[in-house]
Write a protein that binds this ligand. Structure first.
Ligand code: AMP
Ligand code: MG
Length: 337
């Protein structure tokens, strides 16, 4: 099949919605990364998403809705706190894990009795959800294990010939996937995956916010984390990624001792002046680093990098999301100087 590249006009979004109603799948922009969209209530359509991505069957898909008020149709219980969070953060990059009802098939939830619900703010995705009227399952539109796509071109490269169409809505603004939270009780939440809605932002609404230990630590063999996606090697380019913690001087010294053919570095914009080794930069602060991290990982493959030393991002605020993606891209290889 030849993958159709669609723009984001009303007529093209109508075509995209029709494709979903027919049980087929498409790439679609969101404010976090590009998603691979299917009708979340259609088991066969959802199976096509798992197949196109090569995604393990126990890794659940997030269900996207045009408005949080629709969540009652797909869940069996919504705590009051969820409505408060929705008032502040929906639409936006927040996913809330809630008990699902029978309208969401087990294949969509990766066999769990819960479902992640998100209301995206991207105008193209939002309009698409309104036109289709469907609950839309949409994991990141990359081949499983590789960096997430933040442009229609990235999706085309991973999915050309495997899916019906890609809607082009420009570059994704945030660049890392949504913050995923679950409810430990009616009044306390747990961050299962960090994103651009930070712990500090969540604390403004809920005084009890736990960061799940799986965010920065490897999962032991056979253990099932609260967020199944956390157990897989993820976000990873072909190059071998190694995170280096330390000052710029220590970083330079380490690279100097370990330099050679195929070795590249990924550094802050502010490190670049006079930097003596092959490098790409990935922004000057955490928000920029979130925006650029996946496209830079893809670019490193394009230029033939074999080994990449990365100056560790901050773990504060949005930095935690960047660190969480990089440490998985690195297969947990961190060198502290
Ligand atoms: P992606 O669709 O690629 O952004 O990945 C979605 C991630 O959200 C999964 O890998 C899980 O880690 C998390 N997630 C989605 N649904 C649930 C759920 N019902 N319970 C826990 N985590 C979830
Ligand atoms: Mg993903």
């Amino acid at each position: 099949m030849e993958t159709l590249l669609l723009g984001s006009s009303e007529a093209e979004l109508q075509i995209a919605a029709n494709i979903l109603h027919q049980g087929e799948i498409i790439g679609i922009p969101t404010e976090t990364v590009y998603g691979l969209a299917a009708d979340a209530s259609n088991e066969e359509a959802v199976a096509k998403v798992f197949a196109a991505k090569g995604r393990p069957a126990d890794n659940p898909l997030i269900v996207h809705l045009s408005d949080f008020s629709l969540a009652v149709n797909y869940t069996s219980y919504i705590p009051k706190l969820a409505y408060k969070l929705a008032e502040r953060f929906c639409p936006g990059p927040l996913t809330m894990v809630l008990p699902k009802n029978e309208k969401i098939p087990m294949i969509t939830s990766g066999g769990l009795d819960t479902v992640g619900i998100r209301v995206p703010s991207h105008p193209v995705m939002h309009r698409f959800l309104e036109i289709s009227g469907l609950p839309v399952a949409a994991p990141s539109a990359n081949r499983s294990g590789y960096p997430s796509p933040t442009s229609a071109d990235h999706v085309m490269r991973d999915m050309d010939g495997k899916i019906y169409a890609v809607v082009d809505g420009g570059e994704s603004e945030f660049g890392v996937e949504s913050t995923v939270i679950s409810f430990d009780s009616d009044n306390s939440i747990r961050i299962l995956r960090p994103g651009c809605i930070t712990r500090e932002m969540l604390l403004e609404i809920c005084p009890d916010v736990v960061i799940d230990p799986a965010i920065l630590n490897d999962i032991a063999e056979g253990q099932r984390p609260a967020s199944p996606g956390m157990k897989y090697k993820h976000y990873s380019p072909k190059a071998d990624i190694i995170i280096i913690e330390g000052t710029l001087e220590q970083f330079k010294e380490y690279v100097s001792d370990n330099y050679g053919d195929g070795v590249y570095t990924l550094i802050y914009d502010t490190d670049a002046e006079g930097f003596p080794f092959r490098f790409l930069t990935y922004g000057k602060d955490s928000s920029e680093q979130a925006h650029y991290i996946f496209s830079k990982l893809r670019e490193l493959d394009d230029i033939g990098a074999e080994k990449v030393y990365v100056r560790a991002p901050s773990k504060e605020g949005v930095g935690l999301a960047v660190y969480n993606r990089l440490i998985r891209a690195a297969g947990f290889e961190v060198i502290a100087l």
